[in-house]
Design a protein around this ligand. Structure first.
Ligand code: TYM
Length: 372
């Protein structure tokens, strides 16, 4: 039977069934046993994204933690393809990476792919380079440790990345690339080579340190196909297989599917003003409330499909406050306008701080950039 959703690195469509996706991709669910292991190793605390199953799946996390328990440090690797502006969904794996860096003392490698959307969309390389440096402000703004964080822009870190990409590419046939990434005879060959570069950087920590450095990749699940390639070729190149931890998508404001940069009314960008945030939430956020106040008070709202509630799961840190909102909304004690108001305030206070940090980051970019 055909699935009614699609998740690939280029496209996310429909109502994603994440348990089906675990089976389809062959990943492992993040079960209670693994969560309590992480909690113990993190000093007794779990990030809300773990408690709430926003990170819900993994590859080989157990082996990575086995190593950590015997004193083997691991590095983190994640990335961003500049196009449009950074939205709140992009911050999900990055904020989680910040927590991992803090709790596990990880080096953090961040790839900014200024060639990716040049190859896949209608951007010039000058445009993507400019966007790359603007996006780096969002990364730095999140407060990563400059001593342990290395951000690299692909066209500027070419010597190292071309070496790693070439090493990976030797072991990836066109037939594999077609089946994993859906390439056709019309796909440009720049894009056909690109996955070797994204997959190859999973070996960057080992390559630079000239010893085995285990790597964990926090990202939304759309990026998983790259890790399949990286894990396949790792033994052939003598590198450790990277582990991955996958998040669900922050949904779009108005429709099904993930928040995406291509629809301005469906995404909240990190640069949006308080007024824009208010307008978007009030006007476009899909509501799980009833059509009239009377019905809502009688029947209650449905938090499972209510976008403001779903966003609060990502942005309200307090479990007890979140539960209160959930229960009040479901019981019809809290109205649609009220839950939207709570979300607007939450997002605007988050963005006020983020935007101030973004400005402060302007003079600090070079402290984070990795060059060859
Ligand atoms: P990009 O720029 O599409 O997305 C950057 C990161 O954000 C995640 N993401 C989301 N997470 C939650 N909710 C959403 N609505 C949402 N939309 C996007 C993506 O999974 C990604 O982690 N090819 C990559 C760039 C890249 C990369 C990497 C990503 C290069 N190396 C290593 C992760 C790890 C890209 O197009 O990301």
């Amino acid at each position: 039977m055909a699935e009614d959703f699609t998740v690939t690195p280029w496209e996310v469509k429909g109502d994603v069934d994440y348990s089906k996706l675990i089976k389809q991709f062959g990943t492992s669910p993040l079960d209670e046993k693994m969560l309590s292991r992480i909690k113990n190793l993190a000093g007794g605390e779990l990030h809300p994204y773990l408690k709430r199953k926003i990170f819900f799946s993994h590859r080989d996390l157990g082996a990575l933690l086995d190593g950590y328990e015997t004193g083997k440090k691991f590095a983190l690797y994640t990335g961003r393809a500049p196009s449009g502006s950074v939205h709140l969904g992009h911050l999900v794996p990055w904020m989680f990476s910040k927590w991992l860096q803090e709790k596990f003392g990880c080096d953090f490698y961040f790839m900014v792919t200024d060639e990716e959307k040049f190859l896949a969309r209608n951007y010039t390389l000058e445009e993507t380079k400019k966007l790359a440096y603007d996006d780096i402000l969002d990364i730095v703004a999140l407060g990563f440790d400059p001593g342990k964080t290395k951000i690299f822009v692909n066209t500027e870190y070419g010597k190292t990345l071309y070496t790693l990409g070439t090493m990976v590419g030797k072991h990836v046939t066109f037939s594999t690339a077609k089946s994993v990434f859906g390439f056709t005879n019309e796909t440009n060959t720049g894009l056909v080579f690109y996955p070797n570069v994204q997959a190859g950087a999973a070996f960057l920590p080992s390559f630079l340190e000239k010893k085995d450095v285990p790597v964990l990749i926090p990202a939304a699940i759309d990026q998983d196909p790259y890790w399949r390639i990286a894990r396949d070729v790792a033994p052939k190149l003598g590198f450790p297989k990277p582990a991955a931890i996958h998040s669900v998508f922050l949904p779009a404001l108005s429709e099904r599917g993930k928040m995406s940069s291509s629809d301005a009314n469906s995404a909240i960008y990190t640069k949006d003003s308080p007024k824009e945030v208010r307008k978007k939430v009030m006007k476009y956020a899909f509501s799980g409330g009833q059509p009239t106040v009377e019905e809502h008070k009688k029947l209650g709202g449905n938090p499972e499909i209510d976008v403001p509630y779903q966003y609060l799961r990502f942005f309200e840190e307090s479990d007890s406050r979140l539960k209160q909102i959930h229960d009040d909304y479901k019981a019809g004690k809290m109205l649609t306008g009220e839950i939207k108001e709570i979300l607007v305030e939450k997002l605007n206070s988050f963005l006020e701080k983020h935007q101030a940090e973004r400005e402060r980051a302007r003079d600090r970019i070079e402290d984070f950039i990795l060059r060859d």
